[in-house]
Write a protein that binds this ligand. Structure first.
Ligand code: GLN
Length: 494
């Protein structure tokens, strides 16, 4: 019998198109895997009927000789930050519990149009705020990976797209959507040995995605290889007049353009990312990545991104500032939860609903954001952070004079244990140190597996590209994938 759990997007799409198997068979097999993986807590809601319905439609189209879409017959997971018509959408928060949108996000609609089906809504950090999935109201996701020291300690799948990364690494689905505001596609991909790309800001519509920090939020695909990411990104991207920052450009044929020959490409190695005390495993993986890209024909050059050390503090001002504004809409009137203490008025309802409905990390961000936007502190914090953001974007602009792509680690360490960083928000924020610069500059950036740490956990290599040059990013990712020999998988203990 065909093991559909080991097939990627391309293999399922091609097998369905060639009549080797039916889309319904794939949906049934993966529905069963999702149902049997409750221990991972990757899904908030399972929608087996949606997966079957989409698959049956694809099988019927094929039988009728109709053309099939780019993702025809491929069941995927949908991060529960995307509004899905008729299916609860919570952003992993209590305040949105029970919210059933009457509309579909543009990205998810694009995927259904391309023939994909939905296995369910994936768990995440609450409102996508976090790097470990521990801020979810619905409990943390567990990574399918374990250290090789026999400890069986539960590890973080990364965040905020931790349900997505865990489900893909556990082979519950071949691919899933992610969103990346400051690393939430790349860091969870790195922690779980999979690939994921955040495209240029504006490639994927933000319409119908629960907003976190609108000037940074960007959707992208997560999957087990580079080709699958290219296919899914093609299906997700495209101009959308309903998003004022959507790019009015045609969607390139990234899959057809895949080419791992990097002759003529210059790869920049940013010296500021070689932090003092960098983890040995990470440094060794980075060196391997450099060697692989040279082997693929690229020239490697040293570059400087001088404002890198200000990226993290700037991000943790800008993102909470935008979040505090975006989250003002959750007032107990329009969506989800309403907490109305006896005999209380409108203000009391707002306060009670928001106090009960937002988790601790979300409340922290709203308070930081409100503070940095307040009259007395706006210039000192928010304006300064915006200036730093411009300098970071300029660093990249200047770097492009001497290179075409940048290679760096995705995260400063392998996956950490659940609970290890929850008491120290700064330690948690530091995990995003390599991810946020590309977010602040709006650039495409991808994580691909780069090897294993000494204790047997996946590590990710990050490729950052020029605006709109996802193709070169994907191609460098492919060159690494072809050379890294990364075949490690999480053992099936759940
Ligand atoms: N970890 C980062 C944060 O907590 C990034 C989150 C994201 O990209 N959604 O803000």
């Amino acid at each position: 019998m065909t093991d559909f759990s080991r097939m990627g997007v391309a293999a399922i799409r091609d097998g369905v198109a060639n009549g080797e198997f039916k889309a319904v068979e794939v949906a049934e097999a993966l529905n069963a895997r999702v149902a049997n993986a409750k221990a991972l807590n990757a899904f908030i809601v399972e929608t087996p009927e949606k997966a079957l319905e989409a698959a049956a439609a694809v099988d019927a189209d094929r039988a009728a000789g109709k053309p099939l879409g780019k993702m025809a017959g491929v069941p995927i997971g949908m991060k529960d930050l995307f509004c899905t018509e008729g299916v609860q959408t919570t952003a992993a928060s209590h305040i949105l519990e029970g919210f059933v949108p009457t509309y579909e996000s543009t990205v998810s609609a694009n995927l259904w149009k391309a023939g994909a089906g939905m296995l369910g809504k994936l768990n995440l950090d609450q409102f996508a705020m976090g790097s470990s999935n521990e801020t979810s109201y619905f409990g943390n996701v567990i990574s399918p990976w374990r250290r090789n020291d026999g400890s069986n300690a539960a590890l973080a799948p990364g965040g905020s797209s931790g349900g997505s990364s865990s489900a893909i690494a556990a082979r519950l689905c071949p691919a899933a959507t992610g969103t990346d505001t400051g690393g939430s596609i790349r860091q969870p991909a790195a922690f779980t040995g999979i690939s994921g790309i955040k495209p240029t800001y504006g490639r994927c519509s933000r319409w119908g995605i629960v907003a976190f920090a609108s000037s940074l939020d960007q959707a992208g695909p997560m999957a087990r290889d580079v080709r699958d990411c290219a296919i899914m990104l093609e299906a997700m991207a495209g101009f959308d007049p309903k998003d004022s920052t959507s790019l009015d450009l045609p969607v390139p044929e990234w899959e057809a353009g895949l080419n791992s020959d990097l002759k003529g490409k210059r790869i920049g190695i940013p010296r500021e990312y070689r932090l003092d005390g960098i983890d040995e495993d990470i440094a060794a993986m980075w060196d391997n990545g450099i060697a692989w890209l040279k082997d693929a024909g690229a020239e490697v050059v040293d570059i400087s991104l001088p404002h890198t050390k200000y990226a993290l503090p700037a991000y943790y001002i800008i993102a909470p500032a935008e979040a505090s504004s975006n989250l003002a809409r959750y007032d107990g009137v329009r969506f989800g939860l309403r907490d109305l203490p006896d005999g209380s008025g409108l203000q009391d309802m707002y306060a009670a609903t928001r106090a009960a409905g937002f988790g601790a990390e979300v409340r922290r961000r709203i308070m930081i954001g409100t503070y940095v936007l307040s009259a007395g502190f706006y210039d000192a914090y928010y304006t300064q952070a915006q200036k730093v953001r411009a300098l970071i974007a300029r660093d990249f602009e200047q770097a492009w004079a001497s290179c075409d792509l940048i290679l760096a680690p995705t995260a400063p360490s392998a996956a950490f244990g659940l609970g290890e960083k929850t008491s120290d928000p700064l330690a948690m924020y530091l995990n995003d140190v390599f991810a946020v610069p590309a977010s602040l500059a709006g650039l495409p950036a991808m994580s691909v597996p780069g090897g294993l740490s000494k204790d047997g956990l996946p590590l990710g290599l990050q490729i950052i590209g020029k605006a709109l040059d996802e193709q070169s990013v994907l191609n460098a990712g492919l060159a690494i994938e072809e050379r890294s020999g990364f075949t490690a998988e999480a053992g099936e203990w759940w």
